[in-house]
Design a protein around this ligand. Structure first.
Ligand SMILES: [Zn+2]
Length: 241
């Protein structure tokens, strides 16, 4: 039992608070998590407080710039009101949102010339406008999955029984290995095509390897050699709004 126990501590560092997990691992892992940019550090069990501080100090610059990016991004998406003039991302590119009132109660979205046109009844609330757009993101993603899945599945050598889509806010995808069911976050349609590709391949690779061990990474290196770079970009640009 002891082997799997995780000891979690909160510790002050440079005017902020860091969560430190001590685990049965060999390497140090440092993460900055959206939306608040909180710092999560995982270290091997024997690490002393001094060693932990050294890790944090040596990465100080990286941590602070990462936090800044993540917070700016979170602010931009939190403030979104779904009104004309706002920027919204579609497949990694910023589009200008244009909201027009329509008579009746049918809402519609079209996208062209760098603009996303949202046609909604005048009484639509902010949350309803967001919902209409999210439904549209979902259809974008469904279409790309329908077009790409057989190519991705033959690349990885595994077939998902089902691809499904959900308004997930904390992760890009999950894989139910036993049911061979892959879930993707509809917010993937805001990210670049490379991010979609990375997440789809990542989830398919779980059909070979349940966890993220060395075998998993070796397979990812084979199926998508640039995955590490893409993963970094997407965590910075996370927009789950
Ligand atoms: Zn995974």
């Amino acid at each position: 039992m002891g082997k799997y126990m995780i000891e979690e501590n909160i510790m002050p560092w440079g005017g902020q608070v860091v969560t430190v997990q001590k685990k049965a691992i060999k390497n140090v892992y440092l993460k900055v998590l959206p939306p608040e940019g909180s710092i999560l550090l995982s270290v091997p069990k024997g690490y002393s407080r001094k060693e932990i501080e050294e890790v944090l100090d040596s990465r100080r610059e990286w941590l602070l710039s990462r936090q800044q990016l993540i917070r700016e991004n979170a602010r931009a998406s939190v403030k979104r009101q779904y009104v004309t003039g706002e920027k919204i991302p579609v497949w990694g590119k910023p589009y200008e949102l244009v909201v027009r009132e329509v008579a009746g109660n049918r809402a519609r979205v079209t996208c062209k010339d760098g603009k996303v046109l949202l046609l909604v009844p005048g009484y639509a609330t902010r949350d309803q406008r967001r919902q209409v757009l999210n439904d549209w993101y979902r259809r974008q993603l469904e279409r790309v999955v329908a077009a790409e899945k057989s190519r991705l599945e033959s690349l990885v050598g595994k077939t998902a029984a089902e691809w499904r889509f959900r308004d997930m806010h904390t992760r890009w995808g999950t894989c139910n290995v036993r049911a061979r069911r892959i879930w993707l976050s509809i917010h993937l349609a805001k990210q670049s095509p490379e991010v979609f590709r990375y997440v789809a391949i990542h989830e398919l690779t779980h059909l070979w390897e349940a966890n993220h061990g060395p075998e998993f990474k070796a397979r990812m290196d084979r199926y998508y050699p640039g995955w590490r770079v893409v993963r970094k970009q997407m965590n910075i640009a996370a927009d789950f709004e």
